[in-house]
Design a protein around this ligand. Structure first.
Ligand code: CO
Length: 212
């Protein structure tokens, strides 16, 4: 029995449309992938990386997990990052959060959520450190949204401090790390203007963010 037939029908329609609009598209892709962009985003189904920025297969290297986290012990993330930086030689890494992130929201709640609390622990720490300033915001939605931005900043700093990015910069490889945020409510993607492309800029960002 063929399950979910509509998805296979969609796929047929999609691949024919792509081939119609870009003759030879798939044949060219087979050779190799050469994306210059690495997207680290949330696994949330409402934040589909390629669609949001209008990129075709082959143009965006993607890693997604709950709450777009960069944990230094996450072999999955580190493997994607190493392949992206060392082999594909991506020039831009974007950490992309989104407003209303359920993972970030869960990390702010006092009740337990099971195993995922371990994954979200660093977001919880970030929340606890910023609890006072977040408390000055008018409502819960504003606090969650601000935390989503702070989380992007935190993960940007984390990715820039990995041995992989550090070594790339040390050998003079051009590599920009950006912090972006997406609004599910209206589809708008914005640049939080936290981007760094050197240790000097990274240290400045760290000094600014830790002094809050
Ligand atoms: Co999310």
């Amino acid at each position: 029995m063929k399950t979910l037939p509509e998805l296979f029908d969609n796929n047929e329609e999609w691949r024919h449309r792509i081939e119609r609009e870009h003759p030879g598209f798939f044949e060219k892709l087979v050779g190799q992938q050469q994306p210059k962009l690495l997207w680290i985003g949330c696994a949330d189904s409402r934040v589909p990386a390629n669609e949001i920025v209008g990129l075709m297969p082959g143009e965006l290297f993607v890693h997604r997990n709950v709450a777009n986290l960069v944990n230094h012990t996450d072999l999955n993330l580190l493997s994607v990052l190493q392949f992206g930086v060392d082999v594909l030689q991506v020039e831009h890494i974007m950490v992309v959060g989104h407003y209303g992130c359920g993972g970030v929201r869960a990390a702010m709640e006092d009740e337990p959520h099971g195993l995922i609390d371990n994954w979200l622990r660093q977001v919880r720490e970030l929340y606890l450190r910023n609890r006072k300033s977040l408390g000055e915001l008018p409502d819960e939605q504003a606090r969650v949204d601000r935390m989503c931005e702070l989380n992007v900043e935190r993960q940007l700093v984390n990715v820039a401090n990995t041995t992989i990015v550090q070594e790339a910069w040390r050998r003079g490889q051009k590599l920009n790390v950006h912090g972006w945020i997406y609004s599910i409510a209206d589809g708008h993607l914005s640049d939080l203007k936290l981007g760094v492309q050197s240790n000097q800029e990274l240290r400045q960002l760290e000094a600014d963010s830790y002094s809050v």
